[in-house]
Ligand binder design. Structure first.
Ligand code: NAD
Length: 511
């Protein structure tokens, strides 16, 4: 793996010649600058959509939908297979672009592209399995069944922190379901979106299907708000903060559209006295500092049994002292920068609030300087909650590497702390006690209230095979594996009378 500089990556992905990309531009109403958070330097400018160009793109997508839905699903799968193959060829460059644009370390940038490749593979298999049910009819010589139909153009809004994979989760499934997608990426990662969409669009167009994958890039007032209010999108799939989701949910509900919301998390990891502490420590450190704490599934709260709390926290503090911050593309770096200056301010504000609220800072907590780099680096921090257990700042999701530590005596107490926040994305328990894990996963629903509940595996790092998403203010959406594809289709219930008598359900007679 060699490419690492802006110029090499842009050239490899043909972004240097892309009509949307302007090298050396100044920011303006028409151009947004994508900045490298590691250096604070611009990578390239991106031309923004206007109301008119938005209109053209959505109209094309709606037109393309009418053709695409008629392509048999397994043949749609072959297009997705070819996209997956093309992504494989560009994995190194796309992964490096993710690192340049949002600061993920190299293996995480590559892992993100791998996730899109994985979901493409998954979608290819799915293209032969979009099956409905048949049910026994209560009427003689009647057949009762369901079929799943394409839904329409799908509006996909993505967050900065997964600038490639979240599109993949949506677009690859939507494509085999017979839907076109219009993608509105975050303005913090537009280059990854341009490169990714260009690959998918080029492959689909070469196979005779232009307009299946489209992109609109612009400010939230000009493009975002227009998109969520647009009746041509029967489904808006939006990933981002709870604040954004509240707005999107209201606007889409107002027009009776459907929403798939993947919003903020505030994920807790419980460590019981019976846990394998070595395993737990590794999961906590990866979960809390990986991606510089900028994953929706990052571990933000550690809930540890009082009998082991001091020694386990000490292990973590020692581990934190060895973490290498630096250039995400350099060998050995474990933690890159935060995405921008505003994220650093939010980190500083959370640290100050935690101290004001009685928290004890155990390690980190300051802006970090990395020689030769003027990016947005911070020291991963651990903060112990006061003895009262009251630390209001820990109820909010701060998108930064801050871990709040709470102590507990009984598992019921631990679950109450874990579930006592507004978000409900990911959760984990480390225990070697069968009863504790059973209580955590209790099928009566009284254990973890999150969409993801892991035992002896951390909160962060989901596989594509399972449905991904969370409850409460995380929005309730499910993406990726399992039967998440159903969100991208509409269900039709069908009754066929193959007899000659007029029969009504519930024994009703009308003669
Ligand atoms: P953000 O809410 O600032 O922006 C997310 C996206 O929403 C961007 O594309 C933004 O332009 C768009 N947006 C904002 N307001 C809009 C509006 N009024 N109309 C239309 N679009 C609008 O989030 P962010 O800072 O990019 O990402 C971090 C957040 O995303 C965190 O809260 C994180 O937990 C969450 N996230 C959740 C998941 C998940 O699967 N649950 C995955 C990744 C990130």
């Amino acid at each position: 793996m060699s490419i690492a500089t802006n110029a090499e990556v842009l050239k490899s992905l043909k972004l240097d010649a892309h009509p949307r990309v302007v090298i050396g531009a100044a920011p303006s109403d028409a151009v947004a600058i994508s900045e490298n958070p590691t250096t604070g330097q611009p990578i390239a400018g991106v031309k923004l959509d206007t109301a008119e160009s938005y209109e053209r793109t959505v109209a094309q997508s709606a037109e393309a939908f009418k053709q695409w839905r008629s392509v048999p699903a397994p043949a749609r799968g072959q297009v997705v297979r070819a996209i997956g193959d093309e992504l494989r060829k560009h994995k190194d460059a796309l992964g490096a672009l993710v690192s340049l644009e949002v600061g993920k370390i190299r293996s995480e940038g590559l892992g993100e592209v791998q996730e899109t490749i994985d979901i493409a593979d998954f979608a290819v298999g799915l293209s032969r399995q979009l099956h409905g049910l048949t049910m026994p009819s209560e009427r003689p010589q009647h057949r009762l069944m369901e079929q799943w139909l394409p839904l329409g153009p799908i509006g996909v809004i993505t967050a900065f922190n997964f600038p490639n994979a979240v599109w993949g989760w949506n677009a690859m499934l939507a494509a085999v379901c017979g839907d076109t997608t219009v993608w509105k990426p975050s303005l913090l990662a537009p280059l990854t979106a341009i490169a990714t969409n260009a690959i998918a669009d080029r492959v689909a167009t070469e196979m005779g299907h232009p307009g299946v994958f489209s992109l609109v890039i612009g400010s939230d007032p000009v493009v975002g708000e227009r998109m969520i209010a647009d009746r041509r999108f029967p489904l808006i799939s939006a990933t981002g903060s709870c604040r954004m989701g509240k707005r999107v949910g209201q606007v889409v509900a107002e027009r009776f559209g459907r929403c798939l919301l993947e919003l903020g998390g505030n994920n807790a990891l419980i460590v019981s006295a019976s846990a394998d502490l070595d395993l737990a420590a590794k999961a906590v450190v990866f979960g809390a500092v990986g991606t510089a704490g900028q994953r929706c599934t990052s571990t933000r709260r550690l809930i540890v049994h009082r009998s082991i709390a001091r020694s386990f926290t000490e292990t973590l503090v020692n581990a934190y002292k060895t973490i290498r911050l630096g250039d995400p593309l350099a060998e050995g770096t474990l933690v890159g920068p935060l995405v921008n200056a505003q994220a650093v301010e939010q980190y500083q504000h959370a640290i100050a609030s935690a101290k004001d609220q009685g928290g004890t800072l155990l390690v980190g907590g300051k802006r970090a300087s990395v020689p030769g780099l003027s990016g947005h680096f911070v020291e991963p921090a651990i903060i112990r909650a006061p003895a009262s257990g009251k630390l209001p700042i820990a109820s909010a999701e701060t998108f930064a590497p801050i871990l709040y530590v709470f102590e507990y005596d009984t598992l019921d107490e631990a679950l109450a702390i874990q579930n006592g926040v507004d978000q409900g994305l990911s959760s984990a328990i480390f225990t070697n006690d069968l009863r504790e894990s059973g209580r955590f996963l209790n099928p009566d629903g009284s254990g973890s209230d999150c969409g993801i509940a892991n035992v002896n595996a951390g909160t962060s790092g989901a596989e594509i095979g399972g449905a991904f998403g969370g409850e409460k203010e995380t929005g309730g959406g499910r993406e990726s594996g399992s039967d998440s594809w159903k969100a991208y289709m509409r269900r039709q219930t069908i009754t066929v009378n193959f007899g000659s008598s007029f029969a009504l359900a519930q024994g009703i007679r009308f003669e």
